[in-house]
Write a protein that binds this ligand. Structure first.
Ligand code: 13P
Ligand code: SF4
Length: 312
């Protein structure tokens, strides 16, 4: 983009950000945003986090309105934890393909085949699916959640890559669903090896939603928050990063003296990028799209989410 166009875009973003902040005050709203959102959204969030941090924050806010900038299942989780509040999302088409890879019928069938198993749902699932499960987890607490369960058999949904990652740390038998993240699962070992050859002084950090052969060669494997902490605290100056590119915003903010090379130009979640400032302003202006959930589904899903939030 030429300089003039960039400058115009920056000005337009600033105007929209001011409008959003004004509307936010009028509505007594809070803006929660995932680290994969566009930088201009992250800049005005009241709270920025990974899936776990955002669920925790959604539970404790006293705002009347939550504007949740992420993908649909995240807004749903906020609603499950706050049925008396208005939960808005910028665009209801921002879904998560991995969350849609598991369906109620298939899950019930699997449960019937393994009646002694407890069902652990990655938070990347719909409310309807969470309602069928025993406990949720995120990539930052998956190991602790598995440890907390008093069953030797576990049905794990839906991410096979994170499931295999967790299986390494437990003797429990995990029956792993075949879902995956379209974005993280794209990355291959040759992609990483090529970059490692070009940057032999860099450490390689990876999200466990990447393929096992990719996280197996990483110097550090962890959730978004884990990756941020590792890079912030490391004495190294250069990192090859295997997670969604939106994390660059916080990596560079926290560690301005370090260099971050994203492992592929395809590490972009198109669903997360559906949201933009115009849609945020529109949501606060019109109070739509709003998340609605049937009480009974929300009640059953809440039990699973609350169990996760209690795991230390
Ligand atoms: P975390 O936010 O838990 O790291 O999960 C990554 C992700 O893909 C969210 O959709
Ligand atoms: Fe879903 Fe992957 Fe996008 Fe996260 S990054 S929202 S898991 S598609």
């Amino acid at each position: 983009m030429e300089a003039l166009a960039i400058e115009k875009k920056r000005e337009r973003n600033k105007e929209l950000q001011e409008k959003i902040l004004q509307l936010k005050k009028e509505r007594n709203a809070i803006i929660l945003a995932h680290y994969y959102q566009r930088p201009e959204i992250q800049e005005i969030a009241d709270y920025l986090g990974d899936s776990f941090g955002l669920a925790q924050k959604a539970k404790t806010t006293d705002a009347d309105v939550i504007l949740f900038c992420g993908v649909h299942f995240m807004g749903e989780s906020a609603k499950i934890l706050n049925m008396d509040k208005t939960v808005l999302i910028p665009d209801e088409r921002a879904g998560c393909p991995m969350a849609d890879m598991v369906n109620v019928d298939g899950l019930r069938k699997l449960k019937a085949q393994h009646p002694n198993a407890k069902v652990v749902a990655y938070i990347n699932t719909t409310a309807e699916i969470k309602a069928e499960t025993d406990i949720c987890c995120t990539s930052s607490n998956a190991r602790a959640v598995i440890e907390s369960i008093d069953a030797e058999e576990i049905i794990w949904i839906p991410d096979k890559n994170l499931g295999q990652y967790v299986q390494q740390f437990t003797d429990k038998k995990m029956i792993i669903w075949e879902g995956y993240c379209n974005t993280h699962d794209l990355l291959t070992v040759p992609d990483v090896e090529k970059l490692r050859a070009e940057h032999p002084d860099a450490l390689f950090v990876a999200h466990p939603e990447c393929r096992p052969e990719v996280w197996k060669i990483a110097d550090y494997v962890g959730s978004t928050t884990g990756i941020l902490k590792y890079c912030r605290e490391s004495e190294h100056k250069k990192f090859i990063v295997a997670t969604e590119e939106g994390v660059r915003y916080m990596l560079e903010l926290e560690s301005p003296d370090k260099e971050f090379i994203f492992a592929s130009k395809f590490l972009v979640c198109p669903n997360m990028k559906v949201n933009n400032l115009k849609k945020l302003a529109n949501a606060l202006e019109t109070m739509q799209p709003e998340i609605y959930l049937p009480e009974d589904v929300a009640d059953r899903a809440r039990a699973s989410l609350e169990r996760m939030l209690q795991v230390k």
